[in-house]
Design a protein around this ligand. Sequence first.
Ligand code: MN
Length: 259
Amino acid sequence: MGIILVTNDDGILAPGLHALTAALSRLGRTVVVAPERDCSAASHSLTMTRPLRLRRHHPDWYGLDGTPADCVTVAVEKVLTEKPRLVVSGINPGPNLGDDINYSGTVSAAVEGALLGLPAMAVSLAGAEPFRFEAAAEVAVRVAAMILERGLDRDTLLNVNVPGLDAGRLTGFRFTRQGRRRYDDAIRELDDPWGRKHYWIGGGTPIWEGGEDTDEATLARGFISITPIQLDLTHHEALRRLRSAWADLNPLPEPGHEP
Ligand code: MN
C-alpha cells in the first residue's frame, strides 16, 4: 500500500497535525516525523551545526528536534523503511499565501519532499483561534487521494489553503497562482527598559496585490485555493533577456585597459 509521510512546522503536539494524520489514515498507513517544537516561519532551513535527536512518541509517531525540512529528509533517508508515496505537511493554523510561502515552514516541508522526488502537498487553514481542523482535514484527504490516483508533475507540490468555514459552507475549490503581499508597518522599533532600541518583526497590515486568480483573492471569496508550486526558481523570461541584453557583461578588464 505504501506510506504517507506526515509532518508540520507547528510541532508534534499541534492539533492540526493530529487531525490531518487521523484523516489521512483512511488512505493507508501514515508515519509522522514532525519537529519537537514550533518551527513556524522556519522556512527551508536545515540544522547543520548540531546533531538531531529522533524520539519515538508512539508507533509511527516520531519527533525530531529540528526543522520541518530536517524532518522530511531524515524521515525519507533514515526513518522510513520504504519511499513514501506522498508527503503531506500541515494543517497549519493560519494561511500560507503569496509571498509568505517563502517563509513558511509548512510549505517548506512539502518543498523538501518534492526535492527528494516525491509527490507533496502543504495544507493550511485560514481563520482565527479556535481553529477547527476537521473540514480542512477532509479537504486534505480529497486532494491526497487525487494525487495518489492521478500523480503530480515532477518537481511540483500543491499548496492548499482552506477557508475557515464549516464543511457544509465550503463552496468548492479553485486552482490559483501565488499572489503578492506587502506589509505596512511590519517591523516595530521599540525601546528596552534601558532605553536601547530593538526591533520586532511581525504584525503589520498585509496589502495584497496580483488579481482575482491569486491564492489570496480566491480564499477571500470563500473557495479552497490549490496552487501548484515549482522547485525551479529560474525566471525564464529574464534569463532569455539577460542572455541577449547583457551579452557584453564581462567581469575582466579588456587587455590594455587595466585601471
Ligand atoms: Mn506554523
